[in-house]
Design a protein around this ligand. Structure first.
Ligand code: FAD
Length: 446
């Protein structure tokens, strides 16, 4: 099909296809839908392998059971209807740059019956925003015995196994096996550390709902294993020290300079030969972009499969294809290497691309993206939020903690919600969640 023929199928309007409706892609689809789709200036299509969106930084709360997904999930079909874009389900499995088509796998239901066939979507401009997955570096046993928090399904699976482990231990007549109620988290970046603190609280809450044969202080043990010399290696040293002290005070066992050599059904074996018994293993160390990007019809990718982009977010070998978020290797002048894989980067890049694609449609030159690092905040559940804020306003980098830090931490999610829903709906939803929280268990029990 020629480009002109493909355009005519779309009614002659410029077709923007966005693959991946996550922290960055869904904001972009929503805002382009409101600005261009509503006025018929372009046809916006979002393709995602999932049916609903959940902001990824909430996944450790789903895994720990401190958050009910149902309150935060957003149906793509509904969002598309409200914001003037089209949503099509499917997993991108390839690309035909000559024909300007994205190839999508068939969608099957639980019984294996086909819901949608293998199909293609034609584009004039393509934005790839498929995020990242955990990188287990090929560690033996990791794929079989460790859970990665890449999707809501995996987070829910971890939570179900956690509840099962508690119920099993409570019901059993004999003594606990060495690995029972032991949880190992591989990777002490923000995800691993936040999950450890969240699990410390929720296992106690869970047991308090009547599983009284378990003594959390004696029976439940959380291990965090980190290959670097210290936890949170991306944060300033004084912050990682403060957070490690807090974890120690909670009884979380922190292993630094410890490389995992193998994951087994009974736990972990470290490169030093030391064994850490564990009933549940979470892999939260390192990220890579999905494999499909490594061989995407000649687009340039790096060793962790990210698409290499110019400062304008155009891919280096095709100016009609853009990439954003975790799956893009975007230069960060003045920073260390590339823009880091963070929600705040995906959010900023989505905002930049809204303006960029409007300029592209108008035939104007594109501006480079500049990442602004506002700092990092690590939430230790109800215990504390600690981090550093960056920027000219605060005169470099300052440590923040307590109520103010918690507000800043929450504001990142609120910014995402505001981009998707606008102020009135976010205010009402926030109020509704505050009210229902008082009538529900503080931890998910199933
Ligand atoms: C537990 C956890 C906690 C985190 N906490 C923080 C935090 O506190 N602060 C912070 O800044 N960052 C945090 N992050 C990182 C943050 O979540 C990511 O940087 C951010 O979500 C990246 O946004 P994205 O749009 O690139 O990708 P994502 O948000 O991951 O979205 C990718 C989308 O692409 C879809 N997709 C994937 N493959 C395909 C395919 N082949 N075809 C079609 N669709 C596909 C997925 O279904 C998904 O909807 C955390 C991550 C995790 C896992």
């Amino acid at each position: 099909m020629t480009d002109a023929a493909a355009r005519s199928l779309g009614g002659g309007r410029h077709r923007i296809v966005i693959v991946g409706g996550g922290a960055g892609g869904l904001e972009l689809a929503t805002r382009l839908g409101d600005r261009l789709g509503r006025r018929g200036r372009a046809e916006i299509t979002l393709v995602d392998k999932a049916r609903a969106h959940l902001w990824k930084p909430l996944l450790h709360e789903v895994a720990a059971g401190s958050m009910d997904m149902g309150h935060h999930e957003l149906d793509y079909l509904a969002q598309a209807h409200w914001h003037h874009f089209r949503y099509r389900i499917g997993k991108m499995i390839g690309l035909d740059r000559a024909r300007r088509e994205v190839r999508v796998a068939p969608v099957l239901d639980e019984a294996g019956t086909e819901v949608t066939p293998r199909r293609s979507f034609a584009y004039d401009t393509l934005v790839i925003a498929v995020g990242s997955v955990c990188n287990d570096f090929g560690t033996p046993g990791a794929a079989d015995y460790a859970i990665a928090l890449d999707t809501p399904e995996e987070a829910k699976r971890f939570h179900r196994r956690l509840v099962d482990a508690c119920i099993r231990a409570h019901a059993q007549a004999g003594p606990l096996r060495p690995e029972q109620l032991q949880i190992a988290i591989v990777g002490a970046g923000a995800t691993g550390v936040e999950l450890a603190a969240e699990l410390h609280r929720t296992t106690r809450e869970l047991v308090a709902y009547g599983l009284d044969r378990i003594d959390p202080d004696k029976d439940v043990r959380i291990h965090v294993i980190e290959a670097s010399e210290r936890i949170l290696p991306a944060l300033p040293e004084h912050l990682s020290k403060g957070i490690e002290d807090l974890l120690h005070s909670l009884g979380v066992v922190v292993h630094t300079a410890a490389r995992v050599a193998e994951v087994t059904p009974q736990g972990l074996r470290l490169a030093s030969g030391k064994e850490i018994p564990a009933e549940l293993v979470v892999w939260a160390a390192g990220v890579k972009a999905p494999e499909v990007l490594a061989r995407l019809d000649g687009l340039e990718s790096n060793r962790i499969n990210q698409l290499v982009v110019r400062p304008t977010l155009e891919t280096t070998r095709d100016a009609s294809i853009f990439a954003l978020g975790d799956c893009a290797a975007c230069p960060w002048p003045g920073g260390k290497g590339n823009v880091p894989p963070r929600a705040q980067a995906a959010h900023q890049q989505a905002s930049h691309l809204v303006r960029t694609l409007e300029r592209r449609l108008a035939g104007k030159p594109l501006h480079p993206f500049r990442y602004r690092d506002f700092g990092s905040l690590v939430s230790l559940g109800k215990y504390s939020v600690i981090g550093n804020l960056m920027g000219a306003l605060v005169g470099g980098s300052v440590r923040v903690e307590g109520y103010f830090a918690r507000l800043m931490y929450l504001s990142l999610y609120k910014m995402h919600e505001l981009a998707l829903h606008g102020f009135a709906k976010v205010a009402l939803d926030t109020l509704a969640r505050l009210l229902t929280r008082r009538t529900e268990p503080v931890v998910k029990l199933h």
